[in-house]
Ligand binder design. Structure first.
Ligand code: NAD
Length: 401
């Protein structure tokens, strides 16, 4: 590809993740000739990120190549290229090398950066966001090379489950009493925690990490009481923050994310945002920011279509899902265990629908081992919001089997 400096593209996408890939698809649905440039900081092009913590460990027919997105699409990709500034008035972006690129329409799909802990620098310690992290963990983890996971959220739970199912001994350190306690009501968080223990995971609950030390082929993680947990690799998942710095420096409105309108336009002309970084107007739940792949895909595609002239209102409420050993779930809306919850279990307590309420209005629905019901969950949220479904009518509103 020619030198970037002085180049001119109809569409420039900042970020190389799922939202970026979906935006290329969206643009190409309406415009098959406009020039498209994707600028990604990672060493790889876009991959389907859920595979990194699930399928690639659990499905023998999977491969990193098959998880790559955008096969066959016509666009220019620059990997390992970080955008350092945006000038919305001049319609230009600048990259680390100093090169300047002019755009017609720009998409901010910069995602989120992991929160970090005060640990020594080592390629045995991963915050687990991209394909390089997957490759490195594959090299290191094994039946004779245990792994420590830090954090009891999505990454900690999924990687612990995936590695354990690959015969790797895992110690999980987290600062709450139960696995995924911020997400699930106590009944399900307890069940998940017991299941992890039953599969041989060593659980260090209620522990914070106070530091780390490196030896030849080991990393030691120090916990509150001073003891050190040794492993060949450490995966840290202690949350993420939206990457808003570029937008902020360019004077674009930011408020827990880059603020977009119902067409996914930011406050700057011809600049759109989508994915983890975007604070959008959810038609069911109001303004929010979502850090899940379904949101990145749908919003990215929609932004791409609108950049190519579709002019459509974004009215999608995303789902998210996970598999943890033999249990799995789908969910819609705000799953925050601090909300009031109503639990509806099936007879043998293997499946449940959990409603999360604020001021007696349903804000989220967890479908625990319940499948193909996300449209019903959206419907419940809408009817509850409109005052057509009371709290007392929730039990049975969505079948548990
Ligand atoms: P998270 O917010 O899900 O979990 C963070 C966890 O770290 C919490 O349990 C918290 O208590 C714990 N923690 C925080 N500080 C700690 C400390 N100092 N010591 C020990 N524990 C500490 O975040 P994540 O797991 O890092 O996931 C990152 C992002 O990836 C999230 O935005 C998530 O939505 C996304 N993700 C989603 C899925 C999915 O939808 N299935 C899967 C993987 C990742």
């Amino acid at each position: 590809m020619a030198d970037l400096d002085g180049s001119n593209y109809d569409y420039v996408i900042v970020g190389g993740g799922v939202a970026a890939a979906a935006a290329v698809d969206g643009i190409r649905q309406l415009d098959d000739s406009g020039s498209v440039l994707v600028l990604g900081a990672e060493a790889d092009g876009p991959v389907y990120r859920p595979d990194l913590s699930k399928k690639l460990w659990l499905d023998e027919s999977s491969s990193l190549e098959r998880s790559a997105l955008l096969d066959g699409q016509d666009f220019d990709l620059r990997i390992g290229t970080e955008v350092t500034s945006i000038d919305p008035a001049a319609h230009t972006v600048q990259v680390t090398s100093g090169a300047t690129v002019t755009y017609g329409k720009l998409l901010l799909a910069t995602g989120a950066s992991p929160r970090t802990l005060d640990l020594p620098g080592s390629d045995r310690i991963m915050y687990y966001r991209n394909a390089s992290d997957y490759r490195r963990l594959r090299e290191l983890a094994g039946e004779d090379m245990p792994v420590t996971t830090v954090g009891g959220g999505y990454i900690g739970a999924e990687i612990t489950s995936a590695l354990t199912q690959n015969g790797v001994r895992v110690t999980m350190i987290f600062d709450e009493e139960l696995v995924q306690q911020r997400l699930f009501p106590e009944s399900i968080a307890q069940l998940v925690t017991d299941d992890f223990a039953g599969h041989g995971v060593r659980l260090l609950a209620g522990e914070t990490v106070s530091g780390g030390e490196l030896a030849d082929d080991r990393v030691g993680i120090r916990v509150g009481d001073g003891s050190v947990i040794e492993a060949g690799a450490v995966v840290v998942g202690v949350g993420v923050v939206p990457r808003v710095e570029l937008a902020e420096a360019a004077g674009i409105t930011v408020d827990d994310g880059v603020v977009v309108d119902e067409q996914l336009r930011t406050s700057a002309p011809d600049v759109y945002a989508a994915g983890d970084v975007a604070s959008y107007l959810d038609s069911l739940l109001g303004r929010r920011r979502v850090e899940h792949v379904d949101s990145a895909e749908k919003m990215g595609k929609h932004a791409g279509r609108n950049m190519a002239g579709a002019d459509e209102v974004y009215d999608y409420t995303p789902i998210f899902w996970s598999d943890l050993f033999d249990n799995g779930y789908e969910a819609v809306g705000d799953l925050d265990s601090r909300l009031d919850t109503v639990e509806d279990w099936n007879a043998d307590r293997t499946a449940a629908v959990v409603y999360y309420l604020r001021d007696d209005v349903v804000r989220g629905v967890l479908l625990w081992n319940v499948w193909d019901s996300s449209d019903r969950a959206r419907d419940v949220i809408a009817r509850s919001r409109d005052g057509k479904l009371g709290r007392g009518e929730l039990i049975g509103a969505i079948p548990t089997s």
